[in-house]
Design a protein around this ligand. Sequence first.
Ligand code: ZN
Length: 421
Amino acid sequence: MRSQPMVIQAVRLAVRLAFFALIAAGAGLAAGAAAAPVGGDSPPLAANARVGGDETQTRFIVDLSRKIELHVFTLADPYRVVVDIPQVTFRLPPKAGETGRGLIKAFRFGLVMAGGSRIVIDLAKPARVDKAFVVDATDGAPARLVLDLAATDRENFLRKIVLDQRFGHVQTPPPPREQQSLSGDSRPVIVLDPGHGGIDTGTKGPNGQMEKDIVLDLAKRLEGKIEAAGKYRVLLTRSDDTFVPLAERVRFAREAGAALFMSIHADSLPHREGDAQGATVYTLSETATDPAAARLAEQENRADVIAGVDLKDQPEDVAGILIDLAQRETKTFSVEFANKLVGVMKRTTRLHKEPIKSAGFRVLRAPDVPSVLVELGYVSNKEDLQSLLSDSWRDHTAAAIAAAIDGYFSTHLAGARAGAN
Ligand code: ZN
């Protein structure tokens, strides 16, 4: 049976070599994000947004503190217009973008990478971008980003996308990369993955409390607790309010040679579906445990659509039979860790009545990194939300998770050592 870990080792090695340059991307991701603009050169401000017109022609305007460059492209299924701009500080009213008018159903905005913001417009039906420009401030009036949309049909909408792609439409450029030394640090690497971020807020509480903020804070507390023990290296897929595509999170864990990947989320249930509470731990499976798990995975997998990332551009990583073998072992470890986690968490944290489930979460797809996704609780449930927003709850939950991680590695590494002899 020791041959299987060998397979994992071989795949890891291959992945490490093949992606050596990209290993630095991991560091870049965090370091780049941390290098927020300082002092005088602060990003321009978006202070207001308006939508005018009807279902044949719609104008979208954003007031800006100064002129900026923009790049516009469209995406289908669902129909979207994506506006990429340099990093902007959005100071729009709290409900801005939740409803639209004319051809615009809704829009959202936020950071997608260090130095880059994005506005994603959901269209009510296919539309073409007639004009997209930014006018300079004139006496009294602020600078304005203006987008003119006109109704079109599906065929023309899709044709435009094909034409754009032929000219190589600009995807989100990779974040700045810095070399990360592959130091002699042999401690296991744990990758924590706070869900959502930037333009993708995740689910929202009744007073606008955002999943992306809750899970980032918990991940940082957890990082602190694990680091304090000194036995593991911890890396975060994001350490600030930046959007990170799902595939990028998986790639990050693989390039870091992670021994464990944990994605952290919070769930919510629509009112009509009653109430649910407590934490749930998910592992990857093509067939979901139940319809609720399937729906949740679908919802979490929508992150890229929400942020306007074109999935077709995500490359498939290494393929082949090695992956299949590694995957089987990875799955066993993932389930083992999920059990451990639930066993420890149940002492301190309220769990869902069925605390272990599986479904097709895209973020759990690394074939060689044991991965779980934790839904900490339901923002739609009053007590859960209270917990999720509480300092002491976050603290003791992070402590419980850290203890579970340590427990998992203690048995796991001991087993590996015994097997190596
Ligand atoms: Zn989520």
